[in-house]
Design a protein around this ligand. Structure first.
Ligand SMILES: [Fe+2]
Length: 269
């Protein structure tokens, strides 16, 4: 089973770069599933329905997000009322019988007689939210699916500290196919396979607008970096150069990862 993974499609530049490159990638790798993160898809912050529908048109099977979606829920509420939405949120936000966070923290997708489980986790170290301990939570969730016939499990973990990622790899060894980090924006060069056949990559990286600070023109973030006053106006050009980072993983019939290929494509809009 081949899974193509993109992280952090944020701003217009990212959406356009993805649209431009995805057909070629599909032809080259022929993935069974495509997973993409859309945390900042609309103006680098929340998501609006229109942009999620654009992702559906590109045949994205699961879209992961973390916290930004809550910045403006009203733009996405209608979409989430639908039966078959592709978005998932971190599974370990605090919830209780008095307060439930809407939507799910995982999605099972079935296609080509194959069944993929994608789980989204939020991590604890240096993150702005307090969440349930991700190790305890993920064990609970995986136990829930123990009896179910699932061909592959992958986990998108939104984390800052590599230590947390590496220890999760040892904690989850055998149980899942691919564990990958997101959030630091930069693709890492540390892919490793554990003794029992789980692949791990600290960060899958994002689609970069080159010569920018996560899509903001250098001059437009000057005030923020010099003064730390957060009120800054983002300036976006129309003719960016971009670097698309992505990974494609191969998972065998035992649910273990056999290969990971990192993808890097430079282009311009
Ligand atoms: Fe993040």
């Amino acid at each position: 089973m081949k899974i193509l993974i993109f992280w952090d499609i944020c701003w217009r530049v990212w959406r356009q770069a993805l649209e431009k490159e995805i057909e070629g990638l599909k032809r080259k790798y022929n993935p069974d599933f495509i997973v993409a993160s859309v945390d900042n898809i609309t103006s680098g912050r929340w998501a609006i329905e229109k942009h999620i529908l654009e992702m559906e048109k590109l045949w994205i099977d699961v879209a992961t997000w973390w916290d930004h979606i809550f910045d403006n829920e009203k733009f996405i509420e209608d979409y989430l009322e639908k039966d078959n939405w592709i978005l998932i949120r971190p599974i370990n936000f605090y919830e209780s019988e008095h307060y439930r966070i809407p939507w799910r923290g995982y999605k099972i997708v079935e296609k080509n007689w194959k069944k993929l489980l994608v789980i989204q986790l939020m991590w604890e170290v240096f993150m702005k939210y307090n969440v349930h301990n991700p190790f305890i939570k993920i064990e609970e969730i995986l136990n829930q699916f123990k009896e179910e016939k699932i061909d592959a499990i992958i986990i998108d973990f939104h984390k800052e500290a590599t230590a947390e990622g590496y220890w999760m790899l040892s904690f989850l060894d055998w149980k899942i196919g691919f564990l990958y980090g997101t959030h630091t924006h930069v693709q890492t060069n540390d892919e490793i396979i554990s003794e029992n056949g789980t692949w791990f990559l600290s960060d899958v990286g994002m689609i970069w607008a080159l010569n920018s600070v996560i899509g903001a023109d250098f001059s437009s973030v000057r005030k923020r970096f010099l003064t730390w006053i957060m009120k800054w106006k983002i300036k976006q050009k129309l003719d960016w150069e971009y670097l698309l980072n992505s990974v494609v993983v191969d998972i065998n019939e035992e649910g273990k990862c056999e290969n990971i290929e990192k993808i890097k494509i430079k282009g311009s809009l």
